[in-house]
Ligand binder design. Structure first.
Ligand code: KIV
Ligand code: ZN
Length: 517
């Protein structure tokens, strides 16, 4: 292997598969396509676009993404059986660089309780299914699920079998976020030391963040020889999430001195990707999140501010521009025109088409009429709503009137479009939000349980927009909706409708269970 290849770390993004598996993070087809296009533009090497057998929606998303992505490989996930694998192939076959990723649980717990197979049966299944995947696709990735809790000798055996059957990438998942950096490195080193054929394949690392060590574990694996890191934007993923792509990207960039590895990533797109994924998934980014959190570059304390004024390097190890953050003091208002809005939106990291910009401009003007100064946060909230509006086809709010105050009951009258048909409904409730939700429920009755309702002010001031998040649960599955408006009750209504639209999408999606057969 020449040095350039040896030092190259491939970035495998699984935001659309493992990330989307996080409860409540369901994304629509157009949202997935938008994210995939940005990942490709950013230089991600492999995009895991979904789990084609899980639902018609997943299949469609993987196959549409396969058709449009130009540079990155597009990968689909498949359990260790022929039906999954063939379905996966049908979804990725149109890609310029298709990949099938198949897996089976290999740890004692997974063998006994999930796949219910003996060690010998697992070995046979791995051989048979990887061979089967190879009949369709040259590029086959294989994963022993729960690898870090698999007996080391069995892990060696099963990896050897997968390589013999033709796997070109072996991924080592820390499925439950259990390992620690030293062990993560030892597992990879041990595989290289005992399986000579490993030198001809790519070894990958896939870490979950249950103990907060996903990034450290992934980097330790890279130092031990792994040349593919599986990660998600904002660390989105089941439970505590997956390794965060932006953390890997910036650690490799900032600490090249001790981590001499290259990626193809354009780190200037990180903030844009973070905002897009947060908007689409409805998962806010924690303020102090490394790299992309709102406070990641904010210096509050006197000592830090003083140092920063004298020399930015005193307290800053990377520049905000490195991740695409530009500092603009341009506050927008009702006299700002289309050109200023376009410039501002591009500074915030978004490239809108003419129609999208026109739609945003109309809503920006409406907001500027109600609010003297429109800040970056306000525009980001409008953009978030814009991205939702495109997909809110099942239910849409057309008009809302609410009566609230000290005398009860509070009442709401709403005009709602459901599947193209107009409904005018009224209802009462214990407070204006309750009245509005009751009215919406009359149009679209459902038994989903409201798990979480949260309001936060986007900026300061009594004229600030409110962003409302609504999380619903139905039969153990969660969806999250979000919306913003200067009227808190309108924002609540739109967020509730957004979550119901996601619920409709979610109902069409079968839960992927991780059993082999
Ligand atoms: O965490 C895990 O084990 C996975 C596999 C399907 C690779 O996501
Ligand atoms: Zn995973």
């Amino acid at each position: 292997m020449d040095k350039a290849v040896k030092d190259q770390v491939l970035i495998f993004d699984t935001t659309l598969r493992d990330g989307e598996q996080s409860p409540g993070a369901t994304m629509s087809l157009s949202e997935k396509i938008e994210i995939a296009a940005l990942l490709d533009e950013m230089g991600v090497d492999i995009i895991e676009a979904g789990f084609p057998i899980a639902s018609e929606g997943d299949f469609e998303a993987v196959s549409e993404i396969s058709k449009i992505i130009e540079i990155a490989s597009v990968c689909g996930l498949a359990r260790a059986n022929k039906v999954d694998i063939e379905r996966c192939w049908r979804a990725v076959e149109k890609s310029n660089k298709p990949r099938i990723h198949t897996f089976i649980g290999t740890s004692p717990l997974h063998r006994e309780f999930q796949v219910r197979l003996t060690k010998e049966q697992v070995l046979d299944k791995v051989f048979e299914t990887v061979k089967f995947a190879k009949t369709f696709c040259e590029d086959v990735q294989w994963s022993p699920m729960d690898a870090t809790r698999t007996e080391r000798d069995f892990l060696i055996k099963v990896v050897r079998v997968a390589i013999e059957a033709g796997a070109s990438t072996i991924n080592i998942p820390d499925t439950v976020g259990y390992t620690a950096p030293k062990e993560s490195a030892e597992i990879i080193k041990n595989l290289f030391a005992t399986i000579p054929e490993m030198k001809d394949i790519i070894v990958s690392t896939h870490c979950h963040n249950d103990l907060g060590m996903a990034t450290a574990n992934s980097l330790a694996a890279v130092e031990a020889g792994a040349r593919q890191v599986e990660c998600t934007i904002n660390g989105l993923g089941e439970r505590a999430g997956n390794t965060a792509l932006e953390e890997i990207a910036m650690a490799l960039r900032v600490r090249r001195d001790i981590l001499p590895f290259k990626t193809r990533l354009d780190t200037k797109k990180l903030i844009q990707a973070s905002r897009l994924v947060s908007t689409v998934s409805g998962f806010p980014v924690q303020f102090n999140k490394a790299i992309v959190g709102k406070n990641a570059f904010a210096h509050e304390s006197g000592i830090h501010q003083d140092g920063m004024l004298k020399h930015a390097g005193t307290f800053e190890i990377m520049k905000p521009e490195d991740i695409g953050l530009t500092e603009t003091n341009l506050v927008m208002g009702k006299h700002s025109g289309r050109a200023a809005l376009r410039k501002k939106i591009s500074d915030l990291g978004f490239n809108l088409g003419d129609n999208q910009l026109q739609d945003l401009f109309i809503r920006f003007k409406a907001l500027a009429d109600r609010k003297k100064e429109v800040y970056d946060e306000d525009l980001l909230a409008l953009l978030a709503d814009n991205s939702m509006a495109r997909n809110d086809e099942f239910l849409q709010l057309v008009d809302l009137e609410v009566k609230c105050g000290t005398s009860s009951p509070q009442t709401a009258k709403a005009v709602i479009v459901m599947q193209g048909k107009n409904y005018t409904v009224d209802s009462t409730g214990d407070g204006p939000v309750d009245a509005v939700f009751n009215a919406i429920k009359k149009v679209f009755p459902h038994s989903a349980h409201l798990q979480h309702f949260q309001i936060h002010a986007v900026t300061e001031g009594t004229d600030a927009q409110a962003t409302v998040s609504v999380r619903l649960e139905e039969a153990g599955k969660m969806v999250t909706g979000q919306s913003s408006d200067t009227d808190t009750v309108v924002a609540s209504a739109k967020a509730y409708i957004n979550s119901l639209n996601k619920l409709v999408l979610r109902r069409r999606k079968k839960a992927p269970d991780f059993v082999a057969n």
